[in-house]
Design a protein around this ligand. Structure first.
Ligand code: AMP
Ligand code: ZN
Length: 214
């Protein structure tokens, strides 16, 4: 099964992608995680994207598409995969169509996570991430067992640079201008299923599995 998760920053796509990947036993492909990994490892790509990513802007389509193309050439995608945070522009969606066609694959569903902007801003403000393993918590909705420390490895949790209020604003603007139009793009292809993302992660997962017929 090939799925795309669509929705504003803070809609819970990352959390749902991880849960779905476990349920469906297919890889979770997050371009945001891949970029953060490049940054952490200090690669050439990491250096190129650092400033734009920290400020909440989008990385160029060229860099992003090349990274995704490379990822989709790995054998673990054979049973399907979940795209989280990609595509984010119409140009990326068009490149993805071409990539899938070349691989003889086709998209099964685009899950559009629907949540009001006010809820999203609150979720991002309370979000804390583990710099070591990438685990994501929320100070009130899903706190770690020991305050400020990752459950898995004990690392001190951080507020991601792009989750700072001034940068969240920029991300919301980028979303509205460049990513939101993708919903129509996929609606025109009859591939969108809307998911009410205001509920708990467990309730959202259950509803998603139902609509996927699982
Ligand atoms: P995310 O974790 O999906 O919120 O992504 C974090 C940041 O990585 C974004 O704010 C962008 O700077 C960058 N990024 C992730 N995915 C993409 C993409 N498909 N196109 C451009 N930039 C991206
Ligand atoms: Zn951790």
């Amino acid at each position: 099964m090939i799925l795309i998760l669509l929705g504003p920053p803070g809609a819970g796509k990352g959390t749902q992608a991880k849960l779905l990947a476990t349920e469906l036993r297919i890889p979770h492909i997050s371009t945001g995680d891949m970029f953060r990994d490049h940054k952490a490892r200090g690669t050439e790509i990491g250096r190129q994207i650092q400033a734009i990513m920290d400020s909440g802007g989008l990385v160029t389509d060229e860099i992003t598409n090349a990274m995704v193309k490379d990822r989709l050439s790995r054998p673990d995608v054979a049973p399907g995969f979940i795209l989280d945070g990609y595509p984010r522009t119409t140009a990326q969606a068009e490149v993805l169509e071409g990539l899938l066609r070349a691989l003889g694959r086709s998209l099964d569903r685009v899950l559009s996570y629907e949540v009001p902007e006010a809820a999203v801003v609150d979720r991002i403000g309370g979000r804390r991430s583990c710099p070591k393993c990438g685990a994501v918590y929320h100070v009130t909705a899903s706190p770690p067992k020991a305050a400020g420390l990752c459950d898995r490895d004990g690392a001190a949790l951080v507020l991601r640079e792009d989750d700072r209020p001034e940068n969240v604003k920029k991300r919301m603007q980028e979303y509205a201008a460049k990513t939101a139009p993708l919903k129509r793009f996929y609606q025109d292809r009859g591939q969108v299923a809307e998911v009410d993302a205001t509920r708990s992660p467990e309730a959202i997962l259950a509803a998603t599995l139902r609509l996927l017929g699982r």
